[in-house]
Design a protein around this ligand. Structure first.
Ligand SMILES: [Zn+2]
Length: 326
């Protein structure tokens, strides 16, 4: 066993790294979360949001990870956009076949199909390997993790150990139930709040419990679940697009700097909708998604400042490259 002084020395000498991801959730999923009529949903996440993210990341000089839903890339239009992401050097990761929020409550066969078909269909459409996974709504379970391993995924980034988010979601779901509205979203296990805040290899029996923090040693692969890269939370602040929009550039830069130095690695999460505004969607959705009232150019400026701040301190890499030690 390594002595504690060597462990601390290794920890503080570890190079700082960061990864930036975008969950490509079509607008219809937001209508479903809020119990609205999804026939009003348009394709602005793909046709406007993704080109804006491509432009932002090119401007910042980084390669990122796009978590895509396989059913969205059946159209020629979206497949062309998907390939433009790959061509620009970005990673495509699996965000399931149909984005079911209740993925962990599906039957074994249905859950496996969401994971397997999601990966294979994205690989076919993008013409590249897909090895990363993020679960819709951040829900996971041992059974889901076993499916990911069995289908050739190399890492997972579904854990979001954020108490304010967890409590807010519980409140919204309870309020909607009182109003008689049906949300497709579900609440996951509160055990996620006890999960580590930095990359870890979960115990084979429990995705929320770390068996090891040594991500470079894969000799324990048989006794652990897939390497887990949680969506980062620094001092209670989630390192996600909506939080950066709410905080503004200066406070967001403080949060990512704290996260980097506390965790040595941070995983940032954006959503395709983060670079949309009221001009890109109907008023019904805009009314329930407050950050869409902020013009996308203003949000872009904040995100650019955050990424530049990280770049000045850490190496920003695709998560598949970090997971594979590339
Ligand atoms: Zn999603």
């Amino acid at each position: 066993m390594m002595n504690p002084f060597s462990a601390i020395k290794n920890w503080v000498e570890k190079p700082l790294t960061a990864s930036v991801g975008v969950d490509v959730d079509d607008l219809k999923h937001y209508y479903r979360i809020h119990g609205l009529d999804e026939s009003a949903a348009n394709d602005a996440v793909w046709t406007r949001g993704l080109p804006r993210f491509l432009d932002l990341f090119a401007d910042c000089g980084i390669e990122a990870t796009f978590y895509c839903v396989a059913e969205d890339v059946e159209s020629d239009q979206n497949r062309t956009i998907l390939r433009s992401l790959v061509k620009a050097g970005h990673e495509i990761a699996n965000h399931t076949w149909h984005h079911p929020y209740a993925l962990t409550r599906l039957s074994d066969d249905e859950r496996l199909a969401e994971v397997k078909e999601g990966k294979e269909r994205l690989e076919k459409a993008a013409e590249c390997a897909v090895v990363g996974f993020r679960s819709p709504g951040y829900h996971t379970s041992k059974a889901l993790q076993d499916d990911l391993k069995a289908t050739g995924h190399l890492y997972d980034s579904s854990i979001f150990p954020c108490a304010p988010y967890y409590l807010a979601k519980s409140g919204v779901l309870a309020w909607m139930a009182l109003k008689g509205l049906t949300s497709h979203s579900i609440q996951g296990s509160p055990r996620v709040l006890l999960a580590p805040r930095w990359p870890y290899k979960p115990s084979a029996e429990d995705p929320f419990k770390a068996a090891s923090f040594d991500m470079s040693d894969d000799s324990d692969a048989d006794e652990t679940l897939l390497p887990q890269y949680p969506v980062s939370v620094a001092m209670g602040c989630p390192l996600i697009g909506t939080a950066f929009t709410a905080l503004g550039a200066t406070a967001s830069c403080l949060a990512v700097t704290a996260g980097l130095h506390l965790s040595r690695h941070i995983t940032l999460e954006f959503h395709g909708i983060d670079l949309l505004d009221l001009g890109d969607m109907d008023a019904g959705l805009g009314a329930v998604q407050p950050d869409t009232r902020v013009p996308f150019n203003k949000k872009r400026d904040i995100f650019k400042a955050v990424i530049d701040c990280i770049k000045s301190q850490a190496e920003v890499k695709r998560l598949d490259h970090i997971a594979q030690g590339l």
